[in-house]
Design a protein around this ligand. Sequence first.
Ligand SMILES: Cc1cc2nc3c(=O)[nH]c(=O)nc-3n(C[C@H](O)[C@H](O)[C@H](O)COP(=O)(O)OP(=O)(O)OC[C@H]3O[C@@H](n4cnc5c(N)ncnc54)[C@H](O)[C@@H]3O)c2cc1C
Length: 284
Amino acid sequence: MIPAAFEYHRPKDMDGVLAVLKEHGDDARVLAGGHSLIPMMKLRMADVPHLIDLQEVDGLGGISVADGRVRIGAMTTQADIIGSAELASAAPILREAALQIADPQVRYMGTVGGNIANGDPGNDMPGLMQCLDATFTLVGPDGTREVEARDFYEAAYMTDREDDEVLTAVSFAIPQGGYAYQKQKRKIGDYATAAAAVQITRAGDNCAAASIAMTNLSDTPIWSEAAAEALIGTSVDEAAVDQAVAAMLGDIDPAQDNRGPVEFKRHAAAVILRRAIARAWSRA
Ligand SMILES: Cc1cc2nc3c(=O)[nH]c(=O)nc-3n(C[C@H](O)[C@H](O)[C@H](O)COP(=O)(O)OP(=O)(O)OC[C@H]3O[C@@H](n4cnc5c(N)ncnc54)[C@H](O)[C@@H]3O)c2cc1C
């Protein structure tokens, strides 16, 4: 389908972006890679009279690793993530996750900022960012503020971001230990039926710290503190993994849709989480 008519804005700097957002309020939205927003407009599920393209705005790109932290500009694409040797060394879970998003064409256009700001429960980056305990930087008319990824998601397509704010970057401490991003999907290019992001650190034979989040099993990503706690202090044996899976199953709330009924999704969540924990532990 063809989207409803819209006016296209292409400001050169953030002041220009904020000025259009201020002028048009709810009628304006920023455009990043366009691979979530444009399909929604074509399906007439979104009507956006004013599109503000971020392509030419300075300072929104780039990946940096310094002082123990990783910073990724909002306009960094999934392909940029996959291609970054620095990131592959500092936080390899990002590359592993990005390689499982859609297909190469989408990954060349889709941005980290768009994936995070979109609020679609099917997007892979939000759960990953919660696993990494990332911080999101937002800029708006009142200046810059930071929000924890674990506090950002409120409901499907509803986040802590105000309509007149733009996500500029994400940052997180360089993750330690083993990692895994495990995703089950119906076919290549599909969104997750269930996906799990796991980071685990080991002290001797036991798990010293863990962080676990899952995607597309509730209307927001689910970071489960109880699932991680079930592993900490154990040798990540079968009983501990059972406890972690049970804790996660207590935190998710999947809905029936064309990926399957609720019981199937709970089953898929358990299988994927077990695999993710096993792989992360084997790498720890
Ligand atoms: C066939 C197909 C398969 C896909 N499969 C997957 C998948 O498996 N996993 C997955 O995670 N994604 C998937 N996607 C979505 C893809 O990754 C999108 O590119 C991504 O979700 C959104 O990024 P974008 O840069 O395209 O954002 P856009 O589409 O440009 O924007 C999305 C939304 O975020 C807002 N936004 C964008 N950037 C900012 C910003 N910096 N600050 C504030 N608001 C902003 C926009 O206003 C809009 O509301 C798929 C897409 C397609 C077309």
